[in-house]
Design a protein around this ligand. Structure first.
Ligand SMILES: [Zn+2]
Ligand SMILES: [Zn+2]
Ligand SMILES: [Zn+2]
Length: 218
């Protein structure tokens, strides 16, 4: 009796990881269901230019610049990393070793009103304590991303999709799909990839790379 040769489990896992890695490198969040070889991908993008929307970035409410994790000395303006401070009392990092200086969480943009306008500068200085925190209950200078970093548009959306990853044997030409249940299929054969979905059901050419633009996303 002929027994269909099953693919080595490690090899199969490696091929699935290749697909997952490619999706992650395109900025997708990838949720893997190991049992069914189905991955769910999701991405927060700009409605207008489809650039990734960074929900973890903060932007200055005055000028929109991204907030880097930096403190600047209130006296000499030298910069130091927030993450390196490790809970110790903040001290000016420059050679000047400024006395009575405060760590300011300033906007990186030198032309921002928070760095040019004396009135705003004063307010920021007054509400910042010696640990670099705003004592104002109304919060700080920065809010979550408001505008696309690429085109400046102010609307974002989530796109997502369910993808079945099918590892094919070299001789396996059958492309089994069910688009009523899943949005996309990525077939993997001899280290090449073939994407099929509702909008593209006829293709049978395996390509060297996974063309993300061919995925059906909603
Ligand atoms: Zn600013
Ligand atoms: Zn200083
Ligand atoms: Zn955009």
């Amino acid at each position: 009796m002929m027994k269909k040769r099953t693919m080595n489990k490690n090899k199969k896992n490696k091929l699935i990881n290749d697909v997952v890695f490619k999706l992650e490198s395109e900025g997708f969040e990838v949720f893997i269901d190991k049992i069914s070889d189905v991955v769910t991908i999701a991405k927060n993008i700009c409605i207008s230019c489809s650039s990734k929307w960074h929900a973890d970035y903060n932007q200055c409410i005055f000028c929109g610049s991204v907030n880097y994790q930096l403190y600047s000395c209130s006296k000499c303006k030298s910069l130091s990393s927030i993450t390196n401070s490790g809970g110790k009392k903040w001290k000016c990092q420059s050679d000047l070793n400024c006395k009575d200086a405060k760590p300011m969480k300033n906007c990186i943009n030198k032309n921002c009103p928070t760095n040019l306008d004396d009135e705003i500068k004063n307010i920021v200085d007054q509400v910042t304590d010696s640990k670099g925190l705003f004592s104002s209950k109304k919060g700080g200078l920065f809010v979550s991303q408001l505008w696309c970093l690429n085109c400046g548009n102010d609307l974002d959306k989530f796109i997502s999709s369910q993808i079945v990853i099918k590892i094919q044997d070299s001789a396996d030409n059958l492309l089994e799909t069910n688009f009523k249940i899943f949005d996309n299929y990525i077939f993997v054969k001899d280290n090449k990839f073939l994407i099929l979905n509702k909008e593209n059901q006829k293709n049978s050419n395996y390509e060297k790379n996974i063309d993300i633009n061919l995925l059906y996303l909603i």
